[in-house]
Design a protein around this ligand. Structure first.
Ligand code: TRP
Length: 347
């Protein structure tokens, strides 16, 4: 049966460092470990349109932006198949079949959908397509017989719902579909990176992001104006590292070797944190260190992105080829699904 990865992102904006530590870095590592038979990464334009019906140009523009971010972050088209959701009509067909296996109240219980409905003020007028996107996401995953789905923590309810659909389908129509597993980042700080302003989530709509494509000076400015421990007023004061975004970013990005290079008075992050908690360590010094760390991490990504920006026709070729490979795969699954559902009339 093999080990297969399917994952993706909505192309609604450029990717930021929250996407990077939440899932993208993990996908690149999994790709390079070589333990998987097939890897699919999907630009989820159909899903993006569920709450952007009146903004088609935005989605179209961001297909190439997110594809560039993928390539910049190290997704290698020789190992990973990148494709566009809307180019695979089998996914839509599968969604329709799955809709019969899910109740309205089950979709209403999905905590991520609940939060998103609130965030978008959709309470009174949810587009039907948006409401059922978890069902279409189950189609995305199962069409490729994915065994593993590396995503951010907010996607956990989607994977759970997908597993329920798989079990119900297999129970009614016979063993056909594969139940996927989620892969979450092991580092706790990476599960949900807070925004620069300390808000719970880094998000383009909140304007509190560092983007993978940001220039060095923008990164520096953003970091130097970050929220820290609001009670740490004077350098001598003891500070809190727990809910302090500067330290959470260090938890997500810092390696011991960066201390040798940029802050040799300390051996590791634990020593730096202990000093901050004791008092006597100023925010500016910590932020300058974080800036050095982030510049080191983001420089190669930004440079690779600039190279790919010069080769956009090639990027579109990669996507086109990816769509062909992905479609052939989904067609095989749909063949089995139709047979299991006894709607393969002319076979
Ligand atoms: N919901 C994901 C996001 O918000 C995108 C997505 C669509 C996805 N289909 C998927 C992720 C299937 C993993 C698997 O970015």
């Amino acid at each position: 049966m093999g080990k297969i990865i399917l994952t993706g992102d909505r192309p609604t904006g450029k990717l930021h460092i929250g996407h990077y530590v939440g899932s993208l870095r993990e996908r690149v590592a999994l790709q390079n470990q070589g333990g998987f038979d097939k890897i699919f990464v999907m630009l989820a334009d159909v899903q993006a349109l569920t709450d952007n019906a009146e903004n088609p140009q935005k989605i179209r523009d961001n297909i190439i932006e997110v594809a560039l971010d993928y390539l910049a972050a190290g997704i290698d088209p020789a190992k990973t198949n990148i494709f566009i959701q809307s180019m695979i009509p089998e996914l839509t067909e599968l969604t329709v079949y799955y809709m019969n296996l899910v109740t309205v109240s089950r979709v209403q219980r999905n905590p991520t959908v609940k939060t998103e409905i609130k965030m978008r003020n959709f309470e009174k007028n949810i587009p039907v397509g948006f409401f059922v996107y978890p069902i279409s996401q189950a189609a995305d995953i199962t069409a490729f017989r994915a065994t593993h789905v590396p995503v951010g923590e907010d996607q956990e309810p989607m994977i759970e719902q997908c597993r329920e659909i798989v079990r119900r389908f297999n129970m009614i129509y016979g063993e056909t579909l594969v139940e996927p597993e989620i892969i979450l980042p092991k580092n706790h700080a990476c599960l949900r990176l807070p925004g620069l302003d300390g808000k719970a989530k880094m998000s383009k709509s909140l304007g509190n992001c560092i983007f993978l494509s940001d220039e060095p000076e923008d990164i520096r400015k953003k970091i130097m104006s970050m929220y820290t421990d609001q009670n740490h007023l004077r350098v001598e004061d003891p500070g809190e590292t727990e809910n302090n975004p500067v330290f959470i970013y260090l938890d997500a990005f810092c390696k011991d070797e960066y201390f040798k290079e940029f802050l040799p008075e300390y051996n590791n992050l634990e020593e730096l944190k202990a000093h901050y908690r004791r008092g006597g360590l100023g925010d500016v010094k910590v932020k300058k260190f974080l800036n050095n760390v982030m510049q080191t991490v983001l420089q190669p990504i930004r440079e690779r992105r600039k190279e790919w920006e010069q080769r956009k026709p090639e990027v579109y070729d990669i996507l086109k080829h990816g769509c062909e490979v992905a479609r052939a795969e989904a067609q095989k699954t749909l063949h089995d699904v139709r047979k299991a559902m006894k709607i393969n009339y002319f076979e």
